[in-house]
Design a protein around this ligand. Structure first.
Ligand code: SF4
Length: 202
């Protein structure tokens, strides 16, 4: 059993991680690692995302961007609830902004991040009641072969509920996807809101 001292030291080590220093230096953005650390032992909802974007790299706080506004809307929670680390843990597949490629698109999360950090951190979160898997990287990691692609995985959300709900990334890039899949707003989102409420209830 790992105690509070160990979770503090794990968070400290993660906050100071420099494993991708060289990789990030070589990206188009040439930035330095800045892990965004956001979890506490008592968390009941786990948001498993992809990686911070450029705006979150600046703010040091997860989902401080239009994707975050949309995700909060999907979940039916306000900023205070969303950012209460004692209730909501936010663990992306990479804790740092991976940088842009030459075309200005976000690079994928470096696999070394999940390999190094994910299992030890998840061990520290024994009270998770609901896991939201946002996008293909988190879905592949947590669901393995049962997650063929984002659309099929999200369409099969009932197979994973109530403990897990897969979601597309809440980026504006997926506005067309949401329109093409009306069941997402009519069926999945009401179920998501109600599961979030249940999982956060005392
Ligand atoms: S992305 Fe992960 S592994 Fe890479 S420097 Fe950041 S915290 Fe470390």
């Amino acid at each position: 059993m790992i105690g509070p001292m160990q979770i503090t030291s794990l968070k400290h080590d993660l906050a100071n991680c420099q494993l991708c220093k060289t990789r990030f230096k070589e990206t188009h953005t040439g930035h330095a690692p800045r892990p965004v650390v956001w979890f506490n032992k008592s968390a009941r909802v786990l948001i498993a995302g992809q990686a911070p974007g450029a705006r979150v790299h600046e703010s040091g706080k997860p989902f401080t961007d239009p994707s975050g506004d949309r995700l909060r809307d999907w979940m039916g929670v306000d900023d205070t609830t969303f950012y209460d680390q004692s209730h909501v843990a936010i663990l992306p597949m990479a804790f740092c902004f991976p940088g842009y490629n030459a075309k200005g698109s976000d690079l994928p999360p470096p696999p070394i991040c999940a390999k190094t950090w994910r299992a030890p951190i998840l061990e520290q979160l024994p009270d998770i009641r609901l896991t939201l898997l946002i996008g293909g990287y988190a879905q592949k990691y947590h669901l393995g072969k049962t997650a063929p692609n984002v659309t099929d995985t999200v369409a099969a959300w009932r197979n994973y509920a109530p403990a897990i709900i897969p979601l597309p990334h809440p980026s504006w890039r997926n506005t067309g996807w949401v329109k093409r899949n009306p069941w997402f707003e009519t069926d999945l989102l009401p179920a998501l809101k109600s599961r979030v409420k249940e999982a956060l209830a005392p």
